[in-house]
Ligand binder design. Sequence first.
Ligand code: ATP
Ligand code: HSE
Length: 308
Amino acid sequence: MKWSSSAPANLMLMGEHSVVYGHKAIACSLNHRLSIHWTTRDDNGIHIVSNLGDHITDTQTLAEHPSLKWVMACLRHYQAKLNSGLNIEIESDFSSTVGLGSSAAVLAAMLGGLDYLTQEKASLESLFDTGLHIIQHIQGRGSGTDLAASLHGGIILFDPQNQTVQKLACDFPISLVYCGYKTPTAKVLEKVATDWQDQPALLNHLYQIMGQTTEAAYQSLANNYIESFYKLVNTYQGLMDALGVNDATLSHLVYQLRQDCEIQASKISGSGLGDCVIGFGIMQPETLANYESILTHLSTEGLSITPH
Ligand SMILES: Nc1ncnc2c1ncn2[C@@H]1O[C@H](COP(=O)(O)OP(=O)(O)OP(=O)(O)O)[C@@H](O)[C@H]1O
Ligand SMILES: N[C@@H](CCO)C(=O)O
């Protein structure tokens, strides 16, 4: 049996961090994709090929591999239902080091592919539930917003309280600039959680304002008031700064982008202290020539499964 599963890269547009504390977030999928090509084997071997490392194990052992923890966690979840070995070839047209949600994309594509193998025909909501457990096990905490964006595709409003997804039918150009380094998401989330212990009341207020800003941004997008959305993006960037996940390089990129007349709004995308800055508009090539620009656009396609 042969099949492929594929899921998109994703970006947080708003709601980073406050979503981990119960407020809504807006995220989107991108045209970049991570694909997994699956073949069943006649023995019980599990052979994984990925640009992050190759790994040979078997269905009984499912030995750990340092760079393939998301892949192995998914296999472990389905271990009791694996009746044969598998060749798993993972290819991605985007880097796992720039903050485009590669872990959520690999998680979505793995869960979709294993669901197809086991013929469980789980809903996207049920795949999300399984994925969220894996995220919380591997990272310690996390909202699953990026996983929801990779599974559903398009621009989504994610409500962490009841884990519902509302789709938004709008489109706008974005520019992405990689700042040159990345702090692992789990580390940033841990720092923010530690800060919360020092000032819980103050930070709860900040999360509330972040949540209100995100709700207002959702209303702006739903009503196609794009200028108002852009203003709220800049407000949210200020709130990320207040939370302590901004730094000098990110700030420089944020303001350089806003000086470019085509870019009216810009903010950190993702947990912060590294990764990408997103500009809303099309960046002039000379604006940030010393940094890596990632050419991308929004897409509407989420998880897809292709039998061969
Ligand atoms: N092609 C791949 N093959 C196997 N595992 C992958 C692949 N791409 C990403 N991963 C897994 O995802 C991890 C990267 O997750 P990490 O949270 O650091 O980054 P991200 O999800 O791309 O970014 P962010 O969470 O900031 O959006 C890798 O270390 C690896 O475990
Ligand atoms: N990916 C993170 C980003 C911080 O919000 C999350 O779990 O929501």
